[in-house]
Structures are given as C-alpha cells and as structure tokens.
Design a protein around this ligand. Structure first.
Ligand SMILES: *[C@@H]1O[C@H](CO)[C@@H](O)[C@H](O)[C@H]1NC(C)=O
Ligand SMILES: *[C@@H]1O[C@H](CO)[C@@H](O)[C@H](O)[C@H]1NC(C)=O
Ligand SMILES: *[C@@H]1O[C@H](CO)[C@@H](O)[C@H](O)[C@H]1NC(C)=O
Ligand SMILES: *[C@@H]1O[C@H](CO)[C@@H](O)[C@H](O)[C@H]1NC(C)=O
Length: 494
C-alpha cells in the first residue's frame, strides 16, 4: 500500500477510534462516586463490642478456602482511618460515597434492642465527616455480613429474620437517617443466596441447591419490603430520603439471532435480575421462573414447586417497594438455548435450563469471571429501563481488577472510560441513570480471592500495619472525569 493511500486510511481509522469514546458532557447533576463495603475495608473485627458475623466466622473456620488464606480482621483498617478515607474522597472530588453498615457492629447479636454504642458512634462520625466535606453518603444496610447469632438460628432460611431485619433497618433510619438521603436494603442478594445457600461457595457455605437459595431470596424480598414500608411510614415525612435495592447481573447477550437463543437469553435475565426486580416492581417472581420451576419440581417428585409462593397479601406488600434502583454491573455473557437438563438433583442452574458462556475474544482481567465488555452496560441499562418502567437508576458498582504489579493501571483507566462512554450513550437512549459509582475506592478484601485481586483506585499496602494508601494512575483520570464531566480532551454540550 502506498503512503498516499495509507494516510487517509489512518485518518479515517483515527476518527473511528476517537468516535468510540463519547465526547458528550455528563449532565451537571450526574453523580460520580466510589464504593466500599464494611467487611471488605473496616477491619476491627472484634473491637469496641462488635459481634461476630458470618464472614468473621467463615474466614476463621476455613482460611484454606480463601485464595491467600487471609481475612477481613484488619483489612484497610478503615474503622480507624475513616478520616483519611474521606480525605481521599474529597481529593477525588466525588459527589457521593457508597458504604455499608456492619449489622453486628451496631447490634452484635442482630437484635436491634441490644445496641453497641461505639458502633453507632463510628457510623455517626463517618457520616458526619462525609457531610462536612460535602459528600453525599449512599448507605447499604446489608452487604453480606449477617450477625453470626442470626446464622445460628438458620440465617435467611428462618422466617423470623424478616422482622429482625426490619428492626435493624428501623434502628439505622432512626440513628443515621438525618444524614442519609440514599438507602439500599441489600447488596447483590443473588450472591447472598446463590453463593451462600446454593453453591456453598461463600459464607455461610450452605450447599442445598434448588431449594435453600429460593427460600433465602423469599425472605430477603420480604425483608426488603418490610424495610421500605418502615421507611415509608415512619421516616419519609421527616427525612425525605429514598430507598432501593442493589441488583447485580451480567448482561446476557443471545449467542445468535435465532429466536431460541434470544428466548434463552431473556430467560436467563429473568432468572438473574427478574428474580428480584420483578418481585419489587410487579409483586411476584417472573412467570418463566414460576412455570419452569413448578414443572421441574413436579417431574422430580416434589409435592409443590421448590419456588415458594407469595400470598396475595404479600404481593400487594412487596409490589412498588422502590424509590430508585441500584445496579451493579461488571461484565457480560453469551447465552444459547440447549436441551432440557436431565431430571435428577435439583438446581437453580438446571431450572434456568440455558447454556451460558463467554467469547474467547473478550479481554480478560485479574478475575476469572470478569471479561471486559463495555458495550454490555448500555444494553443492560436499556433492558432494565424498558423492562421495569423507566425507573431512576444509579450504577452502584462498576470496576475491574488487576494483580497489583503496577501502579500504572491502564486497564482500569480504559475500563472506566469505555464503560462510562457506553453509560453516556444510555443517557441519550433515554435511560434515567443519574449516577455512577466506581468499585472501589481502594484495594480491599475481595472475599474468596482475599487480597490477591485488586479493584482499587488507591493501592493499599496490606503488609504495613499502617495500611498506607497510594494513588494509582486511574486516580488522575477519575479526578479529571469528575472535574470536567468529560471522558476525552474536549467535550460538547449534549
Ligand atoms: C462459628 O460459629 C459457631 C456457631 O456460633 C461457633 O460454634 C464456632 O466456634 C465459630 N467458629 C469460629 C472459627 O469462629
Ligand atoms: C428461628 O428463629 C427463632 C428466633 O427468632 C428461634 O426461636 C427459632 O429456634 C429459629 N428456628 C430455627 C430452626 O433455628
Ligand atoms: C451457540 O449457538 C450458536 C448459534 O447456533 C453457535 O454458533 C455456537 O457455537 C453456540 N455456542 C456454544 C458454546 O454452544
Ligand atoms: C503507563 O502505561 C502506559 C501504557 O503502557 C504508558 O503510555 C504510560 O507512559 C505509563 N505511565 C507511566 C506514568 O509510566
């Protein structure tokens, strides 16, 4: 090829690449923030009266199950270093910070009548520090760390937990509500119930597939609805905040244009996202779940469906328990139709009955499950918006992992840029997405991967008792996005 033809071609390609990233400004009131969760950053696992929770118990009982045999005993030591964390947030220039309350730190046995004053003081101080720095808190009540005393009574399988959670929510609204406008009941309840009760791959490690995960979700949804009604009836008039839930899901892309694969992908979306969202928005489980699980249960010889049923009264109580919706989004999968799984031992996967896989062409990260698919966030946001009547949405988590070998985390810079570009496109599509929350402020205890997978904007030295935080290259880029509301060098008004 001659240089004469090469130059125009390069220009065209250059323009194409530049066009890949949106050059539109984010709206003035769009909120940028970062997130953490109590067990992953706080440490101080047994200090000042905190009770044991299921993650303390699980990591202490089974250190071998965590990749690097670590736990959250000290983590980032945010219990002692929260002022430093807020200073980092201030420096980033974020509008909001998403954090979670450790239930067993404020109520060591899970009973809201028995509070731990130093625990209440810790969160009061943290919330006040955020307010003083003009950072809006977004507060999750339950990010996976159930008080062990409640697990000893069956955890999410015991119906009485619904009232215990309601009492705990009321305590939190009462003590902290003056400083909180954005509440979430549950973070990723799918993981609580699938990893905790179906696969037994996370605390509390129960492996009762096809049965206990459904019971767990049933109580989680009742508990969510209870907390929403308590907020609505007892606190909304004076505190004027909003309450929602955080649902996580891959985007499920059909493996082909065939009708079978498109139906299979939609079935998967309903089994993952609809399991929660259909109940909260429409009062009940998705039809495809009710039908498939009832049919398979009957063939397996069960006298009733393994999927519990809501009463009419419960449907009326759960329907509409949302003021907005939190969506955690990281990656995508492909879905194909497949032959009906054999009738033998039950499982949620067989109930779904589709084939999920990823493309070998999708770039990897340090996490086996996380392929970089920026286009997926736009499709996910559009699907959620169209399926649930255009709710107000905030991306409550989005991020990527590396192995910590370099502070020059170009994978994260590219990831934030490309996902945010697709999110910006979704705003133009008409999706009412009002905020974006980067996971995570800093490297932290990544559950079964311990400290081996790093999701932070800031690196944390876990070998130093002082847990010093050091900015990665992504900090500069995220700061620039927040201060200019623009992903590229210069933006245009929308
Ligand atoms: C886990 O909890 C059980 C039940 O409360 C208790 O008997 C056990 O000692 C705990 N294990 C660890 C390692 O903390
Ligand atoms: C369920 O919880 C209640 C207390 O709230 C307790 O009395 C009961 O024993 C628990 N059930 C089981 C099976 O542990
Ligand atoms: C999924 O279906 C498509 C279209 O039929 C096919 O080309 C592809 O090989 C299938 N993928 C897998 C993993 O089965
Ligand atoms: C980070 O890596 C990128 C891509 O390899 C390179 O262009 C850049 O100069 C590096 N930055 C620093 C500070 O080393």
């Amino acid at each position: 090829m001659s240089s004469k033809t090469l130059l125009p071609l390069m220009l065209i390609l250059g323009i194409c690449f530049a066009d890949d990233v949106s050059n539109k400004l984010f709206p003035d009131d769009f909120m940028f923030g970062t997130a953490t969760a109590a067990y992953q950053v706080e440490g101080a696992w047994n200090e000042d009266g905190k009770g044991e929770n299921i993650w303390d118990n699980y990591t202490h009982a089974h250190p071998d199950l965590v990749a690097d045999h670590t736990n959250g005993d000290v983590a980032c030591d945010s219990y002692h270093k929260y002022k430093e964390d807020v200073a980092l947030l201030k420096d980033l220039g974020v509008q909001h910070y998403r954090l979670s309350i450790s239930w067993s730190r404020v109520a060591p046995t899970g009973q809201a009548s028995l509070v731990n004053q130093p625990g209440l003081t810790y969160y009061r101080n943290l919330l006040q520090e955020l307010r003083d720095n003009n950072i809006e808190p977004m507060v999750t009540l339950y990010h996976w760390d159930l008080p062990q005393a409640l697990q000893d009574q069956g955890g999410w399988l015991n119906d009485s937990i619904v009232d215990r959670f309601g009492d705990y929510a009321r305590l939190a609204f009462d003590i902290f509500g003056d400083n909180v406008q954005y509440w979430f009941t549950f973070n990723e309840p799918k993981q609580t119930c699938l990893l905790g009760y179906e696969y037994g791959a996370m605390a509390p490690g129960i492996k009762e597939p096809g049965i206990s995960s459904y019971k767990c979700v049933h109580n989680v949804l009742r508990a969510h609805a209870k907390a929403w009604h308590i907020y609505d009836e007892e606190f909304r008039a004076t505190q004027n905040g909003k309450l929602g839930i955080v649902i996580d899901s891959n985007w499920f892309e059909p493996g082909s244009d065939s009708e079978e694969d498109q139906t299979a992908a939609e079935t998967k979306r309903q089994f993952v996202f609809g399991w929660f969202a259909n109940a909260i928005f429409n009062g009940d489980y998705p039809e495809v779940m009710k039908t498939r699980i009832a049919e398979r249960s009957a063939k397996e010889g069960f006298s009733a469906s393994r999927l519990p049923e809501f009463t009419d009264e419960e449907i009326a109580y759960i329907k509409g328990t949302h003021d907005f919706l939190g969506v955690n989004f990281y990656t995508s999968s492909l879905v194909n139709a497949t032959s009906e799984p054999a009738i033998d031992t039950p499982s949620w996967d067989k109930d779904g009955g589709v084939l999920e896989y990823v493309s070998p062409d999708w770039p990897s990260s340090a996490s086996s499950w996380l392929k970089v698919t920026p286009w997926g966030i736009r499709k996910q946001l559009n699907w959620v918006s169209q399926t649930y009547g255009s709710p107000d949405i905030v991306i409550t988590e989005n991020g990527v992992s590396e192995d910590g070998s370099s502070l020059n985390d170009t994978i994260r810079v590219d990831y934030y840029r490309d996902y945010l570009s697709n999110l910006r496109d979704a705003i133009d599509d008409g999706v009412k997405v009002f905020g974006y929350t980067a996971w995570s402020l800093m490297d932290n205890f990544e559950w079964m991967q311990g400290y081996s997978e790093k999701f932070g904007l800031y690196s944390v030295d876990f070998t130093d008792p002082d847990r010093p935080r050091t900015p990665k290259a992504s900090v500069e880029y995220f700061k620039k996005i927040i201060s200019t509301r623009c992903l590229v060098d210069t933006c245009v008004e929308s």
